[in-house]
Design a protein around this ligand. Sequence first.
Ligand code: C2E
Ligand code: MN
Ligand code: MN
Length: 372
Amino acid sequence: MQLGITGLLIFDGTHFFQILEGELGVLSKLMASIHRDNRHSDLVILLKEPAPKRDYEKWAMRLIVRAPESMTKKIDQSRRLSDFLAEYEEEVPLSRAKLIAKAFIDGAWAADKFKVRLAKEKALAIKPQQLKIHKSDGHHFAFQPIVDIKRMQISSLEALIVGADGSSPCEVLDKLTSSDQQTLDVDSKLTALEMFREMKWYGFMSLNLLPMALLEYPDSVKMISQHAEYLGLNPDNVIIEITEQEAINNYPAFNELANLIRANGMRLAIDDFGAGHAGLSLLAEFQPHMLKIDRSIIFGVANHGPRQAIVGAIIYVALRLGIEVIAEGVDNEKDLKWLISAGITKIQGFYFAKPKFEGIPNVAWPSFLVEN
Ligand code: C2E
Ligand code: MN
Ligand code: MN
């Protein structure tokens, strides 16, 4: 009241939902002190925007309890949820803050912690290793695992092209003409497969490819699958990753490519999902085996309401369509824990392992998973 802040606090027995209205500067200071206060955990900002008027001008702060019967009885019930909702019903249209409050009352925003049942077994020790024989055909790769936190294993190993000095894929690919890029892209994947063979990696292998390269040379898909077979690797274990951005350029051609990949026994993953312009509507056109949610949506998800809603929607749609979901670029424990509670079990990111130049990196399994 002293700070001129008005608002609403709803308690559902486990989580609090709060609307704060006031001067931006005053609110920012209050938010900062809420953040510093370690009695709060899992703080998520759902919305922060200017409003034409205050919704809760009438009082300073009002508490509404939406809790199990047993709990509600112990708390002052003078402000019952039903009265409160009746008040909302009269008002049309509701402000955005009120709409989100209603979503909370209806059960949104309250993910259970660790809904996923994690395996009791110890993380499977896969020895980190470095390739000894350097290929002389000029292609180099770094390898980064995608981990399966449910089974505590490496789910797939992704080959990322690098320069001989470890320079980035962009540096390798961007200086080439488009046709050279395509040739190099396909050729280098044969080397990547040979490296998998030398590392005695018989699990899933993720390969990044430009769809143009595969479309221009239709035999390339078959060539990759046959080369895997020739090396004694299972073509069924090859996952071809294509970015969302590239996929939306030409749906019919892409559909054909997806079928070609399937016909050759391999799997297709859409990389950087959510970074391009298609989003979920891409899935109306065709359904890949896997979706890798882009780092831009994953990063900071633990404290960001809109990102949480988007990831939740992707999971919902993918589940119905039988598509596996992978979260990319996970680099901190908070985001990891949120993703696990949302039901994601396949993770790639620096938190577990950084790409290793011509070798399999060590996976750092966090203690909270191992001891779970
Ligand atoms: P990508 O396929 O999405 O690969 C993941 C990229 O994210 C890698 O960058 C990896 O180092 C980085 N990354 C993984 N975890 C984290 C994390 O926790 N935090 C951060 N900040 N970054 C993380 P990299 O190696 O620079 O690769 C960039 C992109 O280049 C790849 O993105 C892929 O789209 C492309 N690329 C890589 N190899 C090839 C290739 O052989 N052919 C083609 N066409 N593209 C390739
Ligand atoms: Mn990739
Ligand atoms: Mn990606």
